[in-house]
Ligand binder design. Structure first.
Ligand code: NAP
Length: 311
């Protein structure tokens, strides 16, 4: 991604919700000159005050209605469980011909929650940037978050191709690679690549926390790379992840069912001393890691390119 400033893709963009994802979008849009004016709204006075203090958004509004007035693009950047209520609130103020999009981690639920509220003369193009960190809030964002990451567009039936193409141009301008996907397929793929792994990390850290009571601080003191990576994932925002599991229930349960079967098979291999099974399994999984690095989605540097922790 170059820092070259191009012609704005949208005249006015409204960001509803001002956390990690929205603030990263703002800085990336500024970097690329992709929007004429960006308005923003967050429900709490504290978040709006922080946004004003750090210059997040050209104009921070005290109501969602004010923020979306005359906007060409409205981006819903709130937890998945809040999307429907926010759509209902802003619907009367949307400009005819505007595009509404969202960044939610689950797509079928968001489509069902948002679509009924939107006027006929507004385009709805759901989206999901596959980028994030364990940090949240208005100060967590940075312009490079989407560079070389995927953003999946999940257009609903009958969406105007021009509206999809314009949103694609925005995400590409923010550094992302863009693909289109059907909502149910998206939810299944994300259950495998993100949702189930988060639940497993939450569980592992929970187990270690129980154990910590037995072994005092050893779990923290001798925390090895594997466990530290779990704790990073398990530090993700509790509200966001509660909503992900409640709204992507079927796909997550399907993947967890398969996970449990595989875990039992590995457990059995350990109990019966079946080293060949373990070795074959770990050889297969190692190849997946190589594939991710070759696809440019992670670094081959030791410790994920992070500095070694101080002893
Ligand atoms: P975040 O940093 O926690 O920010 C969430 C924002 O939503 C805050 O401005 C918050 O307002 C507002 N909000 C929370 N609950 C609300 C409610 N009930 N009604 C109205 N506004 C509410 O979250 P984020 O990480 O940016 O995530 C936003 C969306 O992006 C979520 O749908 C998430 O699934 C999706 N997403 C997240 C990631 C990730 O890794 N974090 C990656 C891809 C997609 P206050 O500050 O005023 O409380």
């Amino acid at each position: 991604m170059s820092d070259a400033v191009s012609a704005p893709v949208y005249g006015r963009v409204a960001l509803i919700g001002l956390g990690l994802i929205a603030s990263s979008m703002f800085w990336a849009m500024k970097r690329g000159g992709l929007a004429g004016e960006v308005t923003g709204y967050a429900r709490s006075e504290a978040t709006r005050a922080t946004a004003r203090r750090i210059g997040l958004c050209d104009r921070v509004c005290d109501s969602a209605i004010d923020a979306v007035k005359d906007a060409d693009l409205v981006v819903l950047c709130v937890p998945v469980g809040a999307m429907g209520a926010v759509a209902q609130e802003i619907a009367p103020a949307l400009k005819a011909g505007a595009t509404v999009t969202d960044v939610g981690s689950v797509k079928r639920h968001v489509i069902e929650a948002v679509t009924p509220h939107l006027p006929q003369d507004v385009h709805f193009v759901p989206a999901h940037p596959l980028a994030g960190t364990e940090h949240s809030g208005p100060e967590a964002g940075f312009a490079e978050l989407y560079d070389n990451r995927w953003c999946l567009l999940v257009p609903v039936d009958g969406t105007a191709p021009e509206a999809v193409a314009q949103l694609r141009a925005l995400w590409e301008g923010m550094g992302a690679n863009v693909d289109e996907m059907d909502a149910d397929h998206h939810d299944l793929v994300l259950a495998v690549t993100s949702h189930a792994p988060h639940l497993i990390a939450y569980t592992m850290v929970g187990v270690a926390d129980d154990l910590r009571r037995v072994t005092d601080s050893e779990v923290i003191k001798y925390s090895a790379a594997g466990f530290r990576d779990f704790t990073r994932i398990a530090a993700s925002d509790p509200t966001m992840w509660r909503d992900v599991f409640l709204t992507n229930k079927d796909a997550t349960l399907e993947i967890l069912g398969r996970f449990t079967e595989e875990l039992f098979a590995l457990q059995r291999a350990i109990r019966t001393g079946d080293g060949a099974h373990l070795h074959e399994y770990f050889t297969r999984t190692r190849a997946i890691r190589r594939g991710i690095i070759e696809a440019g989605q992670d670094t081959a540097a030791p410790n994920f390119g992070r500095e070694a922790p101080k002893p």
